[in-house]
Design a protein around this ligand. Structure first.
Ligand code: GLN
Ligand code: ZN
Length: 762
């Protein structure tokens, strides 16, 4: 630990949101897709955004500025295009340029070629396009985008560090369509293309590249460690200096692997991977640059500069080489600029930092480490004051909520009786075998959206809007009655979004006006901010459920979003464990469940589509998460009597490795997505001997196609082969809000016809 030599301390950003502070890229891309603009118009907006973002970074004192972090849709799709890995069905052939049309065809599909698969990027809410491999997969350097981007910045007088996704993350996140062709086996074909790409950058004078290998924070498959060594031994000699980045979790058992790769620098996520940092700081060769990701790229809280400066000092003290102070990951996952928020509570606002504000934090920390804390004393004082104000604020704590959680006894965490007894108690619902239902929402038509917008603008009075929603609800109840559905829903017309609706009614939540974050392509979301203890001041859905129930003799299912999903789709406070925040949300939902029961609602669905995506990246962390997640669901669901039937709904249904926990939810009925897999997913429930009732989706609602009755009957038959028909419900895959009424009526008519036919066979 010698400090007498001169080492460099730089500030670095791993990536900046590309969508634009006013979602310029979204609107430009959508205009292009509609045919309302052309390549040049789209390229112009993109270039303006890049220029604006590079300049903001330079102006705010960032030394290491990324390029090629921009993307028209997704950075994985950019790599697919760059590496010439475009599936055959899009008609592109090696040697041709990959134009916008081809690129967007991969992302969005065409009349003749379905889109490439999309899935969540690690445990974030961002979706990437999944590389597809088969026995014909060949790679070629199909673009020079990283070099062009670097030159574009250079022409503005800004030196940048191009960002690439590394070869192992690229392959291991991909999927093979050919049996026997393992993605990893493609490495020898892929490496020469990376080599060529990196050599071109080096030849042009690029000093550093950033290569992202977040796959290093996951449990690697056999052979991956060797593949890593081979890859970087091959690439390093041809490449500019490589800053290898990992983020989103600890390196864990890949620590030594990462530390020893022949690269010039290693970046750690010092928030989610905090426990790795001291070891790496000691272990890393002093000739390498250590990049410390100390400013959170996944959340919107202001950095406690004092604390992070102390961490930086300690870690820098253990490492002899150069240091970078960086964002933990790309800033892609946070909104662009807090200063555009005009309606947030000023106190809350003073606790937050979006991407733009985080630039200041990174450069301030680097300056403090380099030049001494005196040089940043004003920033330190302000940050410490904000941290103190937040810690002491009465807004963040609600003693009643805390006392209530502490006082819960064991009975709060499970239903009073086992499923068999509950089922008997629920028999008076009088449902036929194979009961039919839907997942909750009905089409959010242009009329519904128009009325909502008018109400929001103030052009429609509360009373008029309320009357409109009632009318929609009544019409929907009547339609379900006419269709002959057994368990009805009110249709969710009053909800914009399944999390926002509840967040707006709960204490402890705040909403931004412009806090957009890219979810996929041009699609952005505005996650609520959970800043304080959560409670439910008043019923949230009871009036709607009661009204809907008053219209019909059939049971109406109450409809709630569950605590795990509300948690995952929000920015969550970082001053207490996520599990504690989730329990508070669970208590609020529990109050709603109990009130629905008291209002005469016999069936209540608590949606939990986000359970699976919240799963920690490392297997050994998963059970602990599942345990508290299950606990929270049960806490929300267990305040009711045996005779009240609790449903849950989960979409993305990869359940094989978590069946114990799914069963532990102990919902009376679970509905899942299965139609696209032709009921295949149901076998997981059957092999597990899933004890409670289950509604496998019989209609893929993601497509406008109307399934005919025979097809649905066949699916029901398939389901009945693996699950006792006494346990089976009949329903679509998911909510119907994105569909049109004609398809909905036709499909549900066929669903009811098929269910009746299947009943006759029992
Ligand atoms: N009840 C919700 C709906 O029908 C469920 C949505 C979801 O699972 N994502 O829209
Ligand atoms: Zn769903």
């Amino acid at each position: 630990m010698t400090h007498d030599h001169h080492r460099q301390i730089r500030s670095a950003v791993l990536g900046f949101p590309r969508i634009g502070a006013r979602r310029e890229l979204k609107f430009a891309a959508e205009a292009f897709w509609r045919g309302d603009s052309d390549d040049t118009a789209l390229d112009d907006i993109a270039a303006q955004l890049r220029t604006r973002h590079w300049r903001a970074m330079r102006q705010r004192g960032i030394d290491v500025i990324p390029s090629n972090d921009f993307s028209f849709y997704d950075q994985m799709l950019d790599m697919i295009a760059l590496l010439g890995a475009i599936p055959q069905r899009y008609g592109w052939r090696p040697g041709q340029p990959v134009d916008h049309k081809t690129y967007f065809a991969c992302a969005r599909g065409t009349d003749t070629a379905p889109a490439m698969e999309m899935t969540k990027w690690f445990d974030t809410n961002y979706h990437y396009i999944v590389p597809e491999f088969d026995d014909a997969t060949a790679f070629s350097l199909a673009r020079q985008t990283p070099l062009n981007m670097w030159r574009e910045a250079k022409a503005l007088g800004i030196d940048t560090r191009p960002v690439l996704i590394g070869p192992l993350t690229f392959l291991l996140l991909g999927k093979s369509k050919t049996e026997g062709v393992e993605p990893l086996s493609l490495l020898p074909r892929l490496l020469p293309v990376y080599e060529k790409l990196l050599a071109a950058l080096k030849g042009a004078g690029v000093d550093w590249v950033q290569i992202d290998e977040p796959i290093l924070v996951t449990d690697l498959p056999d052979g991956a460690a060797d593949a890593f060594r081979t890859a970087y031994e091959t690439l390093a000699p041809a490449a500019p200096k490589i800053m290898l980045t990992t983020y989103f979790d600890r390196l864990g058992d890949n620590l030594d692997l990462a530390a020893d790769l022949p690269v010039a620098g290693l970046h750690l996520d010092c928030l989610r991977g905090a426990s790795d940092a001291p070891y790496i700081a000691e272990r890393l060769d002093g000739a390498k640059t250590l990049s410390l990701g100390l400013v959170d790229g996944r959340n919107i809280w202001r950095t406690d500069l004092e604390r992070q400066l102390a961490t930086a000092r300690k870690l820098a003290g253990a490492h002899d080489g150069d240091i970078e102070i960086a964002t933990s990951c790309s800033l892609l996952h946070v909104p662009v600029d807090l200063s555009l928020e005009k309606k947030l509570d000023p106190e809350l606002q003073s606790w937050l930092a979006f991407a733009t504000q985080k630039l200041d934090e990174v450069s301030t920390l680097a300056r403090g480490l380099r030049d001494g804390s005196d040089t940043i004393s004003a920033a330190l004082a302000a940050s410490t004051e904000a941290a103190r104000a937040r810690a002491d604020s009465p807004y963040t704590t609600n003693p009643d909520v805390r006392a209530r959680l502490k006082g819960l006894d064991d009975s709060a965490w499970h239903r009073a009786s086992p499923f068999a007894r509950r089922r008997t108690a629920q028999a008076d619902l009088g449902l036929p075998p194979l009961p039919t239902t839907t997942i909750g929402s009905f089409p959010q038509t242009g009329d519904v959206r128009k009325a909502r917008a008018a109400h929001r603008r103030g052009d429609m009075s509360d009373d008029a809007y309320d009357a409109f929603l009632k009318q929609e609800t009544e019409a929907t109840i009547r339609r379900q009655e006419q269709l002959g559905i057994d368990v009805l829903v009110h249709g969710e017309f009053e909800r914009t979004d399944m999390v926002e609706y509840f967040g707006e009614k709960l204490e402890g939540f705040a909403f931004t006006g412009n806090g957009w974050v890219q979810s996929f392509g041009s699609r952005c979301v505005r996650p609520p901010v959970i800043f304080g203890d959560v409670s439910r001041p008043a019923p949230m859905t009871v009036d709607w459920a009661r009204y809907a129930q008053s219209l019909t003799g059939k049971p109406v299912k109450g409809m709630l979003t569950g605590p795990i999903t509300i948690l995952h789709w929000s920015f969550v406070r970082d001053d207490q464990p996520r599990a504690d925040t989730c329990k508070q949300i669970a208590l609020a939902i529990r109050d709603e469940v109990v009130d629905l029961e008291a209002a005469g609602i016999r069936i209540i669905q608590i949606d939990e589509p986000a359970v699976r995506e919240g799963l920690p990246l490392r297997q050994k962390d998963q059970q602990a998460y599942l345990d508290w997640a299950v606990g929270c669901f049960r806490l929300s669901a267990s305040g009711v009597e045996d005779r009240t039937q609790i449903h849950t709904h989960m979409c993305y249904s990869e359940f094989n490795d978590i069946m114990d926990s799914i069963a532990a939810f102990d919902a009376d009925v679970i509905s899942i997505e299965t139609s696209r897999s032709d009921m295949e997913l149901l076998s997981v429930f059957s092999n597990f001997r899933y004890p409670n009732d289950i509604g496998p989706g019989i209609w893929d609602i993601h497509s406008p196609r109307v399934p005919d009755a025979d097809e649905i009957e066949r699916l029901i038959g398939k389901a009945a082969e693996v699950i006792d028909p006494a346990q089976l419900w009949i329903n679509p895959d998911c909510g119907l809000k994105t569909r049109g009424w004609p398809e909905v009526e036709a499909s549900l008519t066929n669903m009811v016809t098929a269910a009746k036919a299947a009943r006759a066979q029992l």
